[in-house]
Structures are given as structure tokens and as C-alpha cells.
Design a protein around this ligand. Structure first.
Ligand code: CDP
Ligand code: CDP
Length: 221
């Protein structure tokens, strides 16, 4: 395998993918791909442009030429700083609605693959290990109980000053996980060769340590 190294981290909402993937990438000096952000940006752009979220070809056209830039931890869409706006739970729900459309997933494929640059990449999402990088060097499926995940997301939103309520969050997360797992194209599921990591009772740093340990072991073989 001559391609740059890839570590994939897939899992349900608020399982800690982003946090863990980002820290692992930083530790190894690798690139980082937050693939969910691309679905969120596409959804936000569709809402701005008043495109029907069920209009597959119109949404795919937006995804194909996403006017976005990632710089210094900020995300710009059409030149506007949307770093916090894309994290809103309503945008997560809209993202999961457009994510069922095969043409939209296809439209985002090349952009995702282009993140695979030396010395390596850590990619997080739903289908990183199953569809986008099936030859990944290490595949992780991160999970946690629904309660732990809702609490994590609640804390994150409140800390950012984004209004949230626990009851709505549990409902949104459950609905989003169900839609992500049930869809026909690239559903949320562990790759057959993924390591499963349940972090319900773990800190983010403990999860990072486990991933780094698996990675070190994978390098030996
Ligand atoms: O990317 P994903 O939606 O899976 O999760 P995230 O945005 O990384 O959010 C997870 C939140 O839970 C962050 O605030 C983490 O600090 C926290 N957390 C974690 O990621 N892993 C744990 N084992 C415990 C807490
Ligand atoms: O951070 P959180 O886990 O809540 O969501 P995200 O990773 O930002 O993804 C938002 C939505 O985009 C998910 O609910 C999925 O429907 C979709 N998505 C996807 O279908 N495939 C990916 N590789 C990443 C996200």
C-alpha cells in the first residue's frame, strides 16, 4: 500500500469522534478530516439558498462545489465564519437528511479522498472505514451509551453559549442515529475489520491513548 497512512474513526453522534480524531492527529502530526463538517456545510448552504433538502440533484450540485475554506480552526462558507453556526443541532439534523442522498455522498467523495496527504490522515465520520478509505491502516468504531452522548453534546453546546435542552437532544440524537444506521447508502456500521471502542466510562484522553496504542501495534505488523 503506497498511499499515505489513514486512521479512520467512525461512530454515532457525540461519541467523541471529533475530539479523539483531532487529538490523535495532533499527536502524530497527521492531517485531520472532519467529514461530518462537509455534510453540515452542504446542509447549511442549502438552507441559505432555499434549496429543498430532498431535491437530490440540486443539493448534490451545491456539494460538488462547496464554497468553503478551513483556516486556523475556523470554517468559512461563502466567506462567512460559520464555525459555531454549523455545530447547531438543527444543522446536524439537516445534515443527516441530505446524507441519505446517494448523489450528495458521491459529490463529496473526491474532496474527502483529497485529504489523504503525507505523512498521514485521521478521518472521522460515519463511513470513513467502510466506504471512503476501505484500505485504512487502522479502523476504529467509537461508541458510548445514548445517555453519555446526550450529556456530552449538552455540555458542549452550553459551553459555546448555544441554547440546548436535554429532552430535545436525546430525541434528536436518537432520530439522527436511526436515520444514519438505516439508510441504504453508506449506513453507520462498524467495518468488519474495525476495533470497537466503547467510551461510556472513559475520558477522551483515555480513548486517545487506546487508539495510539492500537496504532503503534498496527505499525509493528
Ligand atoms: O465528533 P462527535 O460528535 O462524535 O463528538 P465530539 O464533537 O468530539 O464531542 C464529544 C464531547 O464529549 C467533547 O466535548 C469531549 O470532550 C467529550 N468526551 C469525549 O469526547 N470522549 C469521552 N470519552 C468523554 C467525553
Ligand atoms: O458531530 P456529530 O457526530 O453529531 O455529527 P457529524 O459527524 O458532524 O455529522 C453530521 C451528519 O452528517 C451525521 O448525522 C450524518 O448523517 C452525516 N455524515 C455522514 O453521513 N457521513 C459522514 N462521513 C459524516 C457525517
Amino acid at each position: 500500500n503506497q498511499n499515505p497512512i489513514v486512521i479512520t474513526i467512525d461512530g454515532p453522534t457525540a461519541s467523541g469522534k471529533g475530539t479523539v480524531a483531532h487529538r490523535v492527529a495532533k499527536h502524530l502530526g497527521f492531517q485531520y478530516l472532519d467529514s461530518g463538517a462537509l455534510y453540515r456545510l452542504t446542509a447549511l448552504l442549502a438552507i441559505w439558498r432555499q434549496v429543498d433538502l430532498e431535491d437530490e440533484s440540486a443539493v448534490a450540485a451545491l456539494a460538488r462545489s462547496l464554497p468553503c475554506r478551513f483556516q486556523h480552526g475556523h470554517v468559512l462558507l461563502d466567506g462567512q465564519d460559520v464555525t459555531d453556526a454549523v455545530r447547531a443541532e438543527a444543522i446536524g439534523v439537516a445534515a443527516s437528511r441530505i446524507a441519505v442522498l446517494p448523489a450528495v455522498r458521491q459529490a463529496l467523495t473526491d474532496l474527502q479522498v483529497s485529504f489523504r496527504q503525507p505523512p498521514g490522515l485521521v478521518a472521522d465520520g460515519r463511513d470513513m472505514g467502510t466506504v471512503i478509505f476501505p484500505d485504512a491502516n487502522l479502523k476504529i468504531f467509537l461508541t458510548a451509551s445514548a445517555e453519555a452522548r446526550a450529556q456530552r453534546r449538552y455540555k458542549q453546546l452550553i459551553e459555546k453559549g448555544i441554547p440546548a435542552n436535554m429532552e430535545d437532544l436525546v430525541k434528536d440524537l436518537t432520530e439522527r442515529d436511526a436515520r444514519d444506521s438505516a439508510r441504504a447508502t453508506a449506513p453507520l456500521k462498524p467495518a468488519p475489520d474495525a476495533q470497537i471502542l466503547d467510551t461510556s466510562e472513559m475520558t477522551a484522553d483515555q480513548a486517545v491513548q487506546q487508539v495510539l496504542e492500537w496504532y503503534a501495534n498496527a505499525q509493528k505488523t
